[in-house]
Design a protein around this ligand. Structure first.
Ligand code: NDP
Length: 282
């Protein structure tokens, strides 16, 4: 029988620990605070911001929301981000991306202090992930994958891990984090030849292609643990499925994360964990 690796128990465990850490910080007059920067009104950004704000407030992390017009000039946004980053009352900053096409994210992101980069978007944070040294914060989604695997006691050392996707947000960082855990890692992308066969040989399969239900029965083996990072939304903005064909995985692999209710559920908790850690480093 396939084990369903639900995000909720992972979230609950993270939250229990966070609540203790937050109480300890509050006792010494520190109130962990997250700044969320949103540019424009994209429904998925609005929904994510609302979800993060609610979760943060539930566990005792303060949130300050910064909203800018979708037409904002790059220099103006960069200057605003610099101001937010320099605000001593804010411990971590979440910049909702992708930014509008006329803005160069690399230039804007430079204004964010690495110590407040709780979603791993600055070059300094990336250096921490890609060097394997312990500094900065990894991207939350990548960290959520590892958190789920560890929570459910899934052995990584010496295992063959295959990551489908090579973005800086998910694919590459999760591959580096698996490598740090001594897995043997293969990264796949659109030019990979014979993707199904490579995936079939994996002990751990991470699906982050952004292609709804594209990882199907051709990619699985019965001893495999499948982590579905994908979030594919319907016309109403609700999440309908992941990048894995869940019905094909259920019954044919050892374990699989559901969508919704898997990686996405844990991602926000990781973000808040990073904010609390950043607050504790003051
Ligand atoms: P991107 O579109 O930035 O990257 C997709 C990657 O998948 C690229 O490297 C691309 O290869 C590769 N790819 C696309 N199609 C195929 C294919 N047919 N075969 C093999 N490789 C393919 O997406 P993201 O990394 O930002 O997101 C990936 C998924 O994760 C999406 O479903 C997204 O919604 C979800 N997501 C979930 C989050 C969460 O918290 N759960 C947070 C962020 C994202 P190439 O480089 O060659 O183009």
């Amino acid at each position: 029988m396939t084990q369903i690796l639900k995000g909720k128990p992972v979230l609950d465990a993270l939250n229990e620990k966070l609540k203790v850490d937050i109480e300890r910080l509050n006792a010494s007059g520190i109130y962990p605070t997250l700044g969320i920067v949103r540019v424009g009104e994209k429904p998925e950004d609005v929904a994510y911001e609302r979800g993060v704000t609610k979760r943060a407030e539930t566990i005792g992390v303060n949130v300050k929301n910064y909203l800018y017009s979708g037409n904002i000039e790059q220099d103006v946004l960069a200057e605003e981000l610099k101001k937010i980053s320099n605000d001593d009352t804010i411990h971590g900053v979440l910049l909702l991306r992708p930014l509008p096409a006329h803005i160069d994210e690399k230039i804007v992101c430079r204004q964010l202090a690495p110590s407040k980069d709780v979603d791993g978007i600055t070059v300094t944070s990336m250096t921490g992930v890609y060097s394997g040294f312990d500094f900065g914060y990894p991207p939350c989604t990548a960290a959520a994958c590892i958190e789920i695997l560890k929570f459910y006691g899934i052995e990584l050392k010496g295992k063959r891990a295959v990551v489908v996707g090579r973005s800086l947000v998910v694919g590459k960082p999760v591959a580096m984090m698996l490598l740090k855990e001594d897995a043997t890692v293969t990264i796949c992308h659109t030019k990979t030849v014979d993707l199904p066969q490579i995936c079939k040989e994996a002990d751990i399969l991470i699906a982050a292609s952004g292609q709804a239900k594209s990882i199907d029965s051709r990619y699985f083996n019965s001893e495999q643990v499948v982590i579905d990072v994908g979030i594919n939304v319907g016309d109403d903005g609700n999440i309908i499925c992941g990048d894995v064909d869940f019905s094909a995985a259920d019954g044919n692999v050892k374990a699989v994360t559901p969508v919704p209710g898997g990686v996405g559920t844990v991602t926000t908790a990781i973000l808040l964990k990073h904010v609390v850690e950043a607050a504790g480093k003051r």
